[in-house]
Design a protein around this ligand. Structure first.
Ligand SMILES: [Cu+2]
Length: 125
């Protein structure tokens, strides 16, 4: 019984340490991430250019995007051939983030100015 408790204690403490170190490595906590390799076409087939590709929030709330890829990306409102000029992150370096506050209800499409296949959506309701 004592041995069993020791093993359980060891497992629990190991898990705790791992969880903590993982948190300290990820300094910026994003709502939406740009994962690796989305700078080539293909991510649009599974809707994983921005993850999640659609996020729903309440009015007045903000969304933070984090570029977890090794290439530049942007978060720009509208579509590639029809930007809306509501927001534009500019080129985000790897692990750089961008935050925007959505005041009004609506559906906001956005894209990456460098990679036309990258599309995402913010739904405010
Ligand atoms: Cu991009």
């Amino acid at each position: 019984m004592l041995v069993f408790l020791l093993i359980v204690g060891l497992v629990v403490s190991t898990f705790y340490v791992e969880e903590n170190s993982e948190e300290s490595e990820q300094i910026i906590k994003g709502d939406v991430i740009m994962p690796t390799k989305v700078s080539r076409p293909g991510c649009e087939e599974t809707n994983r250019c921005y993850v999640p590709s659609s996020i729903t929030i309440n009015p007045g709330k903000q969304v933070t995007w984090v570029n977890e890829d090794s290439a530049f990306h942007s978060v720009t409102s509208g579509f590639y051939d029809a930007p809306t000029n509501l927001f534009d992150s500019g080129y985000l370096d790897p692990f750089e983030s961008f935050t925007f506050t959505f005041e009004e209800s609506g559906t906001y499409d956005y894209f990456c100015t460098l990679h036309p296949w990258m599309n995402g959506q913010v739904i405010v309701e």
